[in-house]
Structures are given as C-alpha cells and as structure tokens.
Design a protein around this ligand. Structure first.
Ligand code: FES
Ligand code: FE
Length: 453
C-alpha cells in the first residue's frame, strides 16, 4: 500500500481538483515515482508496439512496461507475445538487441534457449543438468494480458485489468475515428525515435491531453516559419473531450463545418476522397472531416497526434502527419520519449515520404515543435523535486475552463461519447487525467476504480 506521504499527496489531488489545484511535488517526488511503477504501470494497459513493426514471423522488438523490459514477438505461427526479458534460470536479460528476427532467444549466461513464443526448448547438456525437469513450467514469464486495437498492441501486468476495449471506454470511439478512417488502416513509417529527457512522464501525458493553449507562446516560432497552417486563435476553436476516466483528447475544428482551412487533419485530398464508412460511422467520418488537429492521451502514457504540418513552410504546403508516442518513465527525474510516425497503408510512397519528413521537421528531437516542448518540461521536473515546492505546499493551477472561468462551456449535441466542451480554452481534459491517476494510485490491489463518469 502507499506510504503516508504518497497517500497524502493523492488525497490532496482529489481535494484540490475541484478548485483546479495539483501539488507540484508529484512531478519529482521519488516515492511517488516508485508507487506509480507499481500502481499505474503495474496495472494499466500500456502501449507496446504496432503490429506492422513485427510483420514477419520471428520479428521482435524490445519495449518497456514501466521501467521493465519486455520482448514483443511474433512467433512461428504468427501469434503475438509480450515476454518478460528475464531468463527463468537466474533472471539474466535474454535479448540484447532492440529489434530483429529470430526463432530463438539464447541466454548468454548458461545457454537456456527459448522459442519466440517464450517456451523453454532446451539448455546445454540438458540430460546431465536437468534430466527429468519439466520444460513446460520454465518458459519466460509473460504480460498478464495482451490485446491489439487497430494494430496497436497493448499489454498489462494485471490479470484482473478490464479488457482493453473496456479500459479505453469512450476513447475507443475516437481512436476508431482516426485509425479506422481509411479502410485498410495504418502502418509505421520507419523505426521509432527515442531520446531521454530530464523530465517527468506526466508532463508529456498532460500536454497531449489537450494543452492547446501553449501554442501561441511556446511555439510562436513555428508560426513564424509557417510550419503549421492554422492561426493560433483559430486553432483554439474546437472541442475538449474527457472521453472516459483518465483518457482525454482535443479537436481543433471551425464552428462552421464548411469554413475554409484544412480538413481531415490535413491529409492529402486524393487520399481523403477514399475515407468512408467502411469501419466507422457517418458521425465519426463527419467529425474527422471537420477536424484540423486530433491530440489525445490514452492513460497513462500513450499519446496520439494528427495535424497538418510541413517540414519547410517556405517551399511546401502542409500535409497530414500522424504520430503516436510513449512517455516512458526512467526514474523519478527522467523520461524516455518514444515517437513513431504512422501513415495510412493506402497512401502512395510519395505521400508517406512527405508525411514522414513533415513529421521529422516538427515532432522529432530536432523538430520545431519538439525542441520547444522539451525545455519547459525539464523545469517542471526540477520544480517537482524542489525542497521549496514541498515546504511551501506549492500547487499548480488547472482552473482554465472551470465553471465561471474563461469562455469554455459544456456541449450537449455532440455525436460521440464523453464530457465535451466547446473551445479549447479548457483544462478539464487534464483534470480528468489526474483524477483517474489519483484513483488508480489509491486503489487496492485487485480493485479497479469505477470506470464511469
Ligand atoms: Fe539464463 Fe542461466 S541465467 S541460462
Ligand atoms: Fe507543444
């Protein structure tokens, strides 16, 4: 169970949220971090990989659940497994590459050998050493549950976690709308990028839950070079959606459905002509048609972004970019950022190339947006670790869009699930994330917080 200090912080989140207050120390406190690994990452569904990264039998990639390594494999029959990267003999790491293709993993210590489905197939001098020992009981450990949604592979270490679809709740409607927009779905464009920041994972999740407000200040230079085609004040028009507890998203959208400007997140018209209702409803298609930006976070640390961008505003018109990313915790003071660019399978090679390059120019370590974002998050972590924040009970302000604060107001006639607000001057999307965060942190093992509004 939680230490008294962590429990007090979680109680303060609960009591402070109705006033839009969150204790800053949750972004740096080491005990909070340890508790998160167990209570959040040890239980929630976390993103592992896209199926297109392990297309062939024998393909594998190494990923993390919390701070622990797992090998995501496609076995010789084509089935997907999420295997704990630790030898059953002495716990030695069995996989020493980030990705590859193999039929077997051989432990470097004594040579126990596992097939790509995790079962133990043998060990050196088996008869002398292990004679009649059961192989069946000595395979690699696996994630408790593994499920795919639109090719996105998620896993959880909690056998009692609700099924993925139930865990996503209303967020599934919005993920359908984006990943199911084109009838054959999406695939990864190239390898993921990763880099380590001295920041807390929650800063990324918080930002992608719908922090649209920072664009006008922090990303001013992006507008200056013309890398993003929707002017700031126009981009603040749209919807903030608490899709279900923990999961939030935001759409940039003109109030008038036929206002000029990018449609379908800026994807090329020749592609958008084929978007239809093969996988989604007419309502979902219409929301996608009107949308300029989709930005959202699947609790805890999986974010999704689609928007029109260009690698070079001077010589290229914007095109649609789709990225998914993980904010991977790495100790209380660090996060490893994982970033994948995706494209619709039916895009032409030229369209995929354009989307990838426009993504690189904006949302990658050297990208115009990403470079801006990372610096402030580093200082959020520093504030969170500070003695002053602890001694002063320093609290952060999440009041935007609360009743009577600013211009946001609830929307009733929205075709999708969740609590919906018009205009993006609103921080209920983040309050939704932290409310669920505190609930899950305080939940007893085996119990799940009410997953209803
Ligand atoms: Fe892996 Fe001994 S630790 S074979
Ligand atoms: Fe940003």
């Amino acid at each position: 169970s939680l230490s008294p200090q962590v429990r007090t912080l979680m109680d303060r989140i609960e009591s402070g949220l109705p006033d839009g207050r969150i204790p800053a120390t949750i972004f740096g406190n080491a005990e909070v971090h340890q508790a998160e690994l167990r209570k959040i990452f040890g239980r929630a569904w976390v993103y592992m990989a896209h199926e297109s990264e392990i297309e062939a039998n024998g393909d594998y990639v190494v990923r993390r659940i919390g701070e622990d390594s797992f090998v995501v494999t496609r076995d010789e029959k084509g089935d997907i497994h999420v295997l704990f990267d630790a030898c059953k003999h002495r716990g030695v790491q069995i996989c020493r590459a980030d990705s590859g293709n193999t039929s077997h993993f051989r432990c470097p210590y004594h040579g126990w050998t596992y097939s790509s489905d995790g079962s133990l197939v043998g060990a050196p001098l088996w008869k002398n050493a292990f004679g009649n020992m059961s192989k069946a009981d000595n395979g690699l450990a696996k994630a408790a549950q593994v499920e795919s949604f639109h090719g996105l592979i998620f896993a959880t270490l909690d056998p009692g976690a609700p099924p993925l679809r139930e865990y996503l709740g209303g967020m599934a409607w919005y993920m359908d709308l984006l990943f199911g927009l084109d009838k054959d779905g999406v695939e990864v464009l190239g390898k993921p990028q990763r880099f380590v920041l001295d920041a807390n994972w929650k800063s990324g999740a918080d930002n992608f839950s719908g922090d649209d407000y920072h664009l006008g200040t922090l990303h001013k230079s992006v507008y200056a070079i013309g890398a993003f085609p929707v002017p700031f004040s126009e981009n603040m028009m749209g919807y903030h959606i608490q899709a279900s507890p923990g999961h939030s998203l935001s759409f940039s959208m003109a109030e008038d459905a036929d206002e000029p400007g990018p449609k379908f997140f800026g994807f090329p018209e020749s592609l958008a002509e084929n978007f239809d209702t093969a996988n989604i409803s007419a309502h979902q298609l219409e929301v996608a048609r009107r949308s300029r930006v989709f930005v959202g976070n699947v609790f805890p640390n999986f974010s999704i972004l689609a928007l029109p961008m260009t690698e070079d505003g001077a010589s290229h018109p914007p095109t649609g970019v789709l990225t998914v990313r993980c904010w991977q915790p790495k100790g209380p003071g660090q996060v490893e950022m994982w970033n994948w660019f995706l494209g619709y399978k039916n895009m032409t090679p030229e369209q995929k190339d354009r989307a990838y390059r426009a993504g690189l120019g904006t949302f990658s370590l050297g990208g115009a947006f990403e470079m801006d974002d990372t610096e402030p998050w580093i200082t959020v972590g520093r504030t969170g670790r500070s003695v002053a924040a602890e001694l002063l009970d320093f609290e952060l302000n999440y009041e935007m869009g609360m009743p009577g604060v600013g211009m946001a107001h609830p929307v009733q006639d929205w075709p999708g699930p969740g609590k919906v607000y018009w205009t993006r001057y609103e921080e209920g999307v983040q309050r939704n994330m932290y409310a669920y965060y505190a609930d899950l942190m305080r939940a007893e093992p085996g119990q799940w917080p009410e997953h209803e509004f």
